[in-house]
Design a binder for this molecule. Structure first.
Ligand code: SF4
Length: 289
């Protein structure tokens, strides 16, 4: 739990606060924007959460903060917050919460399927989350978008007995025993409703996973910018090759989808039939960035 003695002076007065250990991962800001925003290089509480949904979202942000940098002096119901994670995005996808510091606070997602649930990237292996995942039917497959967001993958694989998928170019000592290794730059069908689309750029082995032409899990390849108000990519956090990432983005424009579900940055829901022009807009922005 955050340290009240290290409470940031930028917080407004009240029972919820951010302390000086914040790593600026953005999680609390997109989970509960009515409570958290950015001031300087860190988050702060800009408005104390009102009753109801706002307090529930603030509580979920407390549990999801990767560095336990959000504190409450007693007013938030964290038991209710834990019962609300994973939290529904739509009828099939839930946001897991419990972000891991080893993934710099990246989001992970649970996809509910009749053929077995899929966990995309790794949250913290926190007991309340694991019990909720069990209650939701467990995990049959783990999709790892790239090397940076694997965190507790081995613990989840061991606990649920699920196979993991990762691209060969992003495997390393901690992931050398991943069961399904993708190779090359061509898309791979993983199931009738799951397609792996390699998108080298952010890292050499980055992959987007497309579910049923609807949900696109993008890792750190693509996200929505609330400031720019369009899809974008992380120019200053491109670890492999920006030109390669632009080419990958152009190839991604050959697919239809509605949801963009990233590791970092904000998720978004696109109107049906608009993903291709939205990706074209993103590509145009990338070429100028
Ligand atoms: S979730 Fe935690 S580490 Fe991330 S921005 Fe918020 S307070 Fe900072």
């Amino acid at each position: 739990m955050a340290d009240p003695h290290r409470r940031r002076p930028e917080n407004v007065a009240g029972d919820v606060f951010v302390d000086e250990t914040c790593i600026d991962c953005d999680t609390c800001r997109w989970m509960a924007p009515e409570t958290f925003d950015r001031a300087g290089e860190m988050s702060r509480v800009h408005h104390q959460p009102d009753e109801g949904e706002a307090r529930l979202r603030a509580g979920m942000a407390v549990l999801s903060c990767p560095t336990a940098s959000i504190g409450t002096t007693g007013g938030l119901d964290l038991r209710a917050a834990a019962a609300s994670l994973p939290h529904p995005v739509d009828a099939q996808v839930l946001h897991c919460g419990y972000h891991h510091e080893a993934s710099f606070g990246a989001a992970s997602w649970l996809l509910l399927r009749d053929d077995g649930n899929v966990l995309v990237d790794s949250p913290r292996f926190a007991r309340p989350l694991v019990e909720r995942l069990e209650a939701l039917g467990g995990v049959s497959l783990m999709l790892l978008t790239h090397q940076d967001d694997v965190a507790d993958h081995a613990k989840f694989a061991r606990h649920f007995g699920c196979e993991r998928v990762l691209h060969a170019d992003d495997t390393g000592p901690a992931t050398r025993d991943v069961e399904h290794v993708l190779r090359g730059d061509e898309p791979t069908s993983l199931a009738h409703d799951l397609l792996a689309v390699p998108v080298p750029g952010h890292t050499r082995g980055s992959v987007c996973f497309l579910h049923d032409g609807t949900h696109l899990f993008t890792g750190d390849h693509l996200a929505y910018s609330a400031r720019l108000r369009h899809l974008y990519a992380f120019r200053t956090a491109c670890w492999y090759d920006w030109d390669a990432q632009i080419r990958s983005m152009e190839r991604l424009g050959e697919y239809d989808f509605e949801w963009v579900l990233p590791g970092h940055g904000w998720k978004t829901h696109l109107a049906p039939g608009t993903s291709r022009p939205e990706i074209a807009r993103c590509v145009a922005w990338m070429k100028d960035a």
